[in-house]
Write a protein that binds this ligand. Structure first.
Ligand code: GDP
Ligand code: ZN
Length: 313
């Protein structure tokens, strides 16, 4: 409750007239002292506001709902997993890795395929039914032909989203297409998004290269992330997220929860359960998960990979 009150005050919700006002803020020394970093997307309490010079001081950072590391953004509540129908063609195992990684963040996500204008109706249909059997309902789109962009726009509304996916599928192109779509980004609604004096967009993170004092070498960690305000509310990170799923949050035991096929099998057979509570569904006696589904070999492959990683940790 504290959170919504303060963000409203910050945006000037009840006072009116200050929505879209940009303030250049310093971070209160005490926050720095206790190493509370302020991330793009954070909800913050701003004090000492000078409305004329548009300056303020960040006095507190509210608890984050989520925190993503790549790109560093707080309170992301939606991921857009983007692949392409061609150049590069979708590859089922790579796609599975991305889906498992997305599932493991706990953040709701949408799966979309770009460059759909390069594929035949038949190919699109085949992929759609294939993905349905995996438990997903993909959106097809094309930055090139603008197909499906409205549907994506609708999916991104009222949320803070990050686009993730392998390189070359069109993540940057999609971000640009959405950025340049005046009906999408609230440019005409608020002309204050870009400040002529400060020249930056909302929530821009200007993290300069940190120098690691121990090694003395420059540790170049500069990463600019801005959240583009979306028409109808919500934000989209202007930097694509991970293009290599690390699966670091996935354990041997949790992997099965990231496959909708296994979740469904377990649910359908409720109240029956696998005999062992730590069953890995490898054909143990009394296991109720069968092997008759397309991605079962991928499940086994990822399980092996995670086992190796866990052994070396
Ligand atoms: P990223 O690595 O995922 O950020 O991909 P980019 O946005 O850099 O795009 C990679 C290439 O795909 C570029 O040459 C784009 O022009 C091209 N591209 C992006 N969207 C489409 C599309 O819808 N159709 C086609 N044919 N090419 C596209
Ligand atoms: Zn089992």
């Amino acid at each position: 409750e504290k959170e919504s009150r303060s963000s409203e005050e910050f945006a000037g919700g009840e006072e009116g007239g200050r929505i879209g006002m940009e303030l250049l803020c310093v971070v209160k020394a005490v926050l720095k002292k206790i190493k509370r970093r302020v991330l793009v997307g954070d909800k913050v309490l701003v004090g000492s506001i000078d409305w004329v010079d548009r300056r303020g001081m960040i006095e507190d950072v509210f608890q984050r709902k989520t925190e993503t590391a790549d790109p560093p953004v707080a309170n992301v509540d939606h991921l857009l997993v983007l692949f392409s129908m061609d150049q590069p063609k979708p590859e089922a195992f790579a796609l599975t890795r991305f889906l498992v990684e997305a599932e493991s963040t706990g953040i709701p996500f949408t799966l979309a395929f770009n460059k759909s204008e390069l594929a035949s109706e038949e190919t699109l249909f085949t992929w759609k039914s294939r993905l349905r059997s995996w438990g997903y309902d993909p959106i097809f789109c094309s930055v090139e032909s603008k197909y499906g962009i409205d549907t994506l726009q609708f999916n991104l509304r009222e949320q803070t989203s990050v686009i993730v996916g392998p390189s070359g599928v069109g993540k940057s192109s999609l971000i640009n297409a959405l950025r340049n779509n005046k009906h999408f980004i609230g440019v005409s609604e608020h002309d204050n998004w870009f400040d002529p004096i400060l020249g930056s967009s909302w929530f821009e993170e200007q993290r300069v290269a940190e120098v690691s004092t121990r090694s003395g070498r420059g540790k170049h960690t500069t990463r600019h992330v801005s959240l583009l305000p979306l028409f109808g509310g919500g934000y989209l990170a202007d930097t694509p997220g991970y293009s290599q799923p690390s699966l670091m949050k996935v354990t041997k035991q949790s992997l099965s929860q990231h496959f909708p096929e296994i979740r469904k099998m377990l649910k359908d057979k409720e109240p029956s359960k696998c005999s062992f509570s730590d069953c890995l569904h490898l054909g143990e006696p009394g296991c109720i998960v069968n092997a008759q589904w397309e991605r079962y070999p991928y499940y086994l492959q990822l399980l092996d990979e995670i086992k190796v990683r866990e052994e070396f940790q």
